[in-house]
Write a protein that binds this ligand. Structure first.
Ligand SMILES: Nc1nc2c(c(=O)[nH]1)N[C@H]1C(S)=C(S)[C@@H](COP(=O)(O)OP(=O)(O)OC[C@H]3O[C@@H](n4cnc5c(=O)[nH]c(N)nc54)[C@H](O)[C@@H]3O)O[C@H]1N2
Ligand SMILES: Nc1nc2c(c(=O)[nH]1)N[C@H]1C(S)=C(S)[C@@H](COP(=O)(O)OP(=O)(O)OC[C@H]3O[C@@H](n4cnc5c(=O)[nH]c(N)nc54)[C@H](O)[C@@H]3O)O[C@H]1N2
Ligand SMILES: [Mo]
Length: 760
């Protein structure tokens, strides 16, 4: 049997394992940062670049979407932000000679890590029908090819325009405008795989699909619940906010199947004292079973309801609806079922309740551990119930805090990158540009793959990202992508998606956040929106990786001119020359952006978008009130002898970009094909620590998927659960396994069995 993973990854690597750590950041983090940055950028460029990260006159870190405070540190970045910067500002280059030397078939055999390490792409390249190698192409010809294929479609809905969340507000606004002028709402984005469940649940319950807290609120909270999030790796700057909150008296409950180092103790590299000793963060660690969160919140809600005086009756009466149905449903919560769903002890939940009742100001933070489950939306609705009960929305120190991923994923959505845009948004767009946007919904990520698979979509265009590696069901997705007539990627770096092409393919290289952007109208900047709805400017300062790069707004503007021609009255050339003219239009179309340019000029730190629930307890739902909801409690049922696998990030990766082969805090070195299993479960299944296993996922239709050659690591995760890295394990996630309502792939609950691996 040929046992090759379909992803170009090695079948097996050689991980070394030591016990997991109990603290994050501190001195080792600084050492790692500088070593990795100087390897990619050299010493001078490292100093020049890192000092500009997240400064008021600098660029927004291309790492996560965590906000900056008003008082900036000299070094306002973290280890992993520095890695993201170094990856982009690297001095390594992928030139036309590189493509001549490496046929596409060879690139498809390479690992994602290898592809990423080759450097920045310097020129547009084209893979003709039947071609073996990408060859140089002029920008003019590239746009002609795109126009030929787009014009040849039977319907605009046969085109897909994907966005990854690094794209600036300006580029995102132009892309959605172009797609709608062209005639489709097919604007899938990474958010569909990320916080879509949060957006769905929050829009329905509080009327705004965004978080309701500011950094100040976190600093003032009495209690912060952090569920399904690993900030030590994925949002390291959040640890400073947690440290500050703790210093002001806050308590922290962590809800996670894994004891994540960053949540245990934080050694702040920005204070000498913090670096030596470090501050303990978590007061109560609830080591929950994967998927048990809805049951946990439901029982807590019942216990709060039963405690005299615990409910904020005034708030409930004035600002909410649906309380009776919710209270009736919550009264049905049972200890026994909850303990089975969560794997927790009764005393732990009682302790959590005490902390909840002692708090006047509670914030709940969450990320992918809650959003990527079949019942993700009802889970998030239940935590909204939890906050509403005690009036914890729209007052200082309290609220919902979905911690976003990509640095501008929230802004892209605000700009209209959405396959189901609200009518009011389209009305405003149509009025401003004199166009008629389609009103029927487009395809999200999963539906886009299904459309490609079934021949209903034929042109795939990606504004950044790594679609085939980030999406589920790798073999199905790659086969679907190969059916496309044309695949196009606007990219900074090489990745797997460039090697899995349609009949023809283009790679269009673009400026990154760190690159200086000069257009006909002079030096340009772009804007982004962080996880707390703050909009601010981002200015790159490095000479671009190559003179042949075009900016993202320029690429969309030229694409639109090539495709729409004289039929479009939109001033695409003006937009390309001066991004200020794009912002003028955004200011007239998107609520909250009035006088956009003037407000940016007035305060170089940016401005915060309005948020009804946060600002004035105004809930823009249909009823004008916040909604309690009463969904039945769900949790995954795992058959005998199987484990529930979550697919997550290591410390050395940014989504599909692998920076290195270590996961320092979890004690894994020099390899990524590991599966973390509780020692008792591993023993029961007959796997010693260090044994090798194939992971085989089992889906409800009887189908199976296999990821070969994982080293079993005995690890203190919760019972019945397992964890392994994405994207190596995406092959295991069935395309049809998605969250109800949001359609987000259920990448955190995959039922697997372990089989002895022949490669051991
Ligand atoms: N350095 C770095 N930073 C990043 C990224 C990166 O890849 N690298 N990615 C960015 C992006 S796009 C995103 S979306 C964020 C992702 O940030 P996270 O959501 O922190 O990322 P994951 O690694 O997926 O971690 C999920 C966490 O949820 C826990 N978990 C899993 N299942 C459950 C469950 O059922 N219940 C509970 N309570 N917990 C659970 C896991 O143990 C883990 O701690 O990070 C962003 N920042
Ligand atoms: N199994 C599993 N699957 C998951 C997840 C999971 O937890 N488990 N998480 C999901 C989540 S939360 C997300 S957000 C998605 C991520 O999905 P994507 O956003 O599609 O993936 P990334 O790996 O972030 O994309 C990296 C690529 O973006 C390009 N790039 C980087 N910077 C720029 C830029 O400035 N401009 C342009 N044009 N291109 C740039 C580079 O070529 C790089 O290779 O993955 C999802 N998939
Ligand atoms: Mo994400």
């Amino acid at each position: 049997m040929v046992r090759k993973p379909p992803t170009g990854d090695p079948v097996q690597d050689a991980p070394q394992v030591t016990p997991p750590q109990h603290a994050a950041a501190g001195l080792p983090a600084i050492g790692h940062t500088l070593r990795m940055a100087t390897e990619q950028m050299g010493a001078a460029r490292t100093a020049r670049t890192l000092l500009r990260v997240n400064q008021k006159d600098g660029f927004d870190c291309p790492g996560c979407a965590w906000p900056e405070g008003d008082k900036r540190h000299v070094a306002e970045f973290c280890e992993n932000g520095a890695k993201a910067v170094a990856e982009e500002a690297t001095l390594r280059r992928v030139t036309p000679e590189f493509f001549a030397a490496h046929p596409v078939a060879e690139l498809a055999e390479r690992s994602g890590y290898w592809l990423g390490q080759q450097g920045r792409i310097t020129e547009p390249v084209y893979l003709p029908e039947g071609g073996e190698r990408y060859e140089p192409v002029t920008w003019e010809r590239a746009f002609e090819i795109l126009a030929e294929e787009l014009r040849a479609l039977d319907s605009p809905d046969e085109a897909l325009f994907y966005t990854s969340g690094r794209t600036s507000n300006e580029a995102a606004f132009l892309l959605q405008l172009f797609a709608r002028e062209f005639g489709t709402n097919n604007l899938p984005d990474c958010s569909n795989m990320c916080h879509e469940s949060s957006g769905s649940a929050l829009t329905e319950t509080i009327g705004v699909g965004k978080g309701s807290v500011s950094l100040e609120d976190l600093h003032q909270a009495d209690l912060i619940v952090i569920a399904g999030q690993n900030p030590g790796t994925n949002h390291p700057r959040m640890l400073s906010a947690l440290e500050k909150a703790k210093a002001a008296g806050a308590r922290i409950i962590s809800v996670n199947p894994l004891p994540e180092a960053g949540l245990e103790r934080f050694k702040n590299p920005q204070t000498p004292q913090g670096m030596l000793k470090g501050a303990p963060l978590t007061d109560l660690f609830l080591q929950i079973r994967i998927g048990g969160d809805q049951a946990l919140f439901r029982l807590l809600n019942k216990l709060v309801l039963e405690t005299p005086g615990a409910v904020d009756e005034e708030f409930v009466r004035t600002h909410t609806q649906g309380f009776e149905e919710f209270a009736a449903a919550a009264s049905g919560a049972e200890w026994e079922e909850t303990l089975a769903a969560t794997g927790l002890e009764r005393a732990e939940i009682e302790r959590a309740l005490e902390m909840v009742l002692a708090s006047e100001r509670t914030v709940v933070c969450w990320a992918m551990g809650l959003t990527q489950h079949k019942h993700a939306v009802p889970t998030i609705r239940e935590l909204v119930n939890f906050l509403l009960l005690r009036g914890n929305i729209g007052r200082p120190g309290a609220g919902v805090c979905p911690v976003r991923g990509h640095s501008n994923v929230q802004g892209d959505r605000t700009m209209g990158i959405f396959e189901r845009p609200p009518a009011a948004f389209l009305d405003a767009l149509d009025k401003e540009f004199g166009i008629v946007s389609p009103r029927h919904h487009g395809f999200d990520v999963v539906r886009s793959i299904q459309a490609l698979r079934d021949g209903r979509a034929k042109v795939f265009f990606a504004m950044g990202g790594n679609f085939v590696a980030a999406t589920p069901d790798t073999e199905v997705t790659e086969a679907a992508m190969r059916r496309a007539r044309l695949t196009v990627h606007v990219s900074t770096k090489l990745n797997r998606s460039h090697a899995v092409t349609g009949g023809r393919a283009l790679i269009l290289p673009t400026l990154g956040r760190t690159d200086k952007d000069v257009q006909r109208g002079g030096r340009q900047f772009v804007t982004v929106e962080d996880s707390m709805s703050k909009v601010h400017a981002s200015r790159g300062n490095l000479p671009p990786a190559s003179p042949h790069l075009l900016s993202e707004p320029a690429i969309v503007a030229r694409l639109a001119r090539a495709v729409l021609g004289a039929g479009s009255a939109t001033p695409w050339e003006e937009f390309e020359a001066d991004y200020g003219t794009i912002r003028d239009r955004i200011g007239r179309v998107v609520p909250g952006f009035e006088d956009f340019n003037a407000r940016l000029a007035a305060d170089s730190g940016g401005f915060t978008l309005p948020h009804g629930p946060r600002d004035e307890r105004r809930f823009p739902t249909a009823s004008g009130k916040a909604h309690f909801t009463a969904a039945p409690v769900e949790f995954p049922r795992v058959p005998e002898g199987r484990l529930l696998l979550q697919t997550l990030r290591s410390h050395d990766q940014y989504n599909t970009t692998v920076y290195g082969l270590d996961d320092r805090y979890r004690g894994i070195r020099n390899g990524r094909r590991v599966v973390l299993v509780h020692p008792a479960d591993a023993a029961a299944l007959g796997f010693a620590d260090g044994a090798y296993a194939d992971l085989v996922s089992e889906w409800t239709d009887g189908s199976e998927r296999r990821a070969p050659g994982f080293r079993v690591v005995h690890y203190p995760t919760s019972r019945g659960c397992a964890a392994a890295y994405y994207p190596e394990t995406n092959v295991l996630v069935p395309l049809e396994s998605t969250a109800d309502v949001s359609n987000t792939p259920a990448s955190k609950s995959v039922i697997v069995r372990l089989e002895q691996s022949p490669s051991a």
